[in-house]
Design a protein around this ligand. Sequence first.
Ligand code: SF4
Ligand code: SF4
Length: 181
Amino acid sequence: MLSKEQFRQVYELLDQVTPLPEDCGRLCDRKCCTEWEKGAGMYLLPGEEVMFTRDEDWLRWESHSTDAYEFCPAWHGDFFFVACTKPCPRDRRPFACRTFPLAPYLTPDGRLTMLLDDNGILICPFVREGHLERLDPRFIVSARRAWAILLTDDLIRADAEWQSRRRDEAGGAWTRLFRGR
Ligand code: SF4
Ligand code: SF4
């Protein structure tokens, strides 16, 4: 499990740098910060709960069992799912909000690249358009650095591998890989 210090490092990499130098929420009326679908929220990474006190009044916490939902086969037990109930203090936002709309992709030989997260296709104009190059290159580089730290954790890496192979099987225009950074 990653330490709190490692999570801090990861959070800091994506603290100031965002998908665009200006607020990309203007493109979509901040869709990803709304309950765009009933119950919308996000999973915390294994161990990420160290970044929270559980007293945050802007987050609703749930615990989801790997027996009840579809998870990476290497994950067993209960994992935290959070949904925000009002705008967050930005510097406290979970990692899922920091990296979105980018997701990690591991090539079959284990090389890390970033791609647009197809899970965001219904809400994010970047994902719908499939133009990774519209994103601020500093954001892509920082997201990759953050994921490189996260992937030193066995469970997080297992999940990234599982998601990558699923994406390979699904194919699709959205899996435009960003290479070389
Ligand atoms: S949905 Fe996409 S464009 Fe809109 S605020 Fe979220 S990341 Fe930015
Ligand atoms: S935690 Fe903050 S950044 Fe994340 S979805 Fe909620 S309001 Fe948006």
